[in-house]
Ligand binder design. Sequence first.
Ligand code: NAD
Length: 243
Amino acid sequence: MSRTALITGSSSGIGADIALKLSQAGYKVFLAGRNEARLTEQAGKCSAVGYLAGDLNDDNFLKELYLFANEKLDGIDILVNNAGIYIWSAIEKTDQSKISEVFKLNLQVPFNLCRLVVPHMKTKRWGRIINIGSISGVVGEANASLYSASKAGLIGLTKSLALELAEHGITINLVNPGWVKTTMTEPLFANETLDESEQIDMVPQRRWIEPYEVSTLVKYLASDNAVGITGQSINLCAGLSLG
Ligand code: NAD
């Protein structure tokens, strides 16, 4: 029987690649994102058992997504918390409304989805939760304190749940990518908020991380072979952080 996976933020970028990689590896996948047209197209490429578009910061949508994915997949064995937003803003210019928006999507939504999927995983005595953090949450990032703080929160969530769920056959890990070219980052360089060559010069390997590098690691963490890896915060960042 093939294992099942819910991947949030899988209409584009890193999440789309994770969904494709898992489906090619034989997992049954369920996709979620905001852009319905892109999500429909990606779900087709992944032969997904289902997909649902909506705003994860809307509590009703989150519940609907969980119930629909759980029904279609007949239980969620693997949860990939990938959906996220990035805000580049000096602290004094950051609108107060952004605080709850960023913390909700990047930290509370992963917490909530973990809360919902864990009972099934406990019953099965098998589960994999993979959170997508950011190297920004590990080393900090000027003008991205809100984003960095929300991603740093995932480190505590991952470690605590790893301890809590270890005896139930459930592992939980965090992957922290460095710069990846996606719809999240391209506008920052296109509108010269950030200078691309300056940023890449700071990366020891002088390059972007490719989505396939993240999806390949996620596929491994989702496998039976990765059973001994839990509570880890894994930096996939071309040398940006060595800690
Ligand atoms: P992306 O913009 O291509 O993808 C983000 C995904 O999240 C999309 O599918 C989008 O629909 C979904 N999403 C955003 N807001 C949502 C909401 N309110 N409700 C539901 N879904 C929502 O960006 P990406 O670079 O592929 O980002 C994926 C993850 O990787 C994010 O968690 C991001 O923080 C993390 N990350 C990205 C980079 C990078 O350089 N691109 C680096 C480190 C970490």
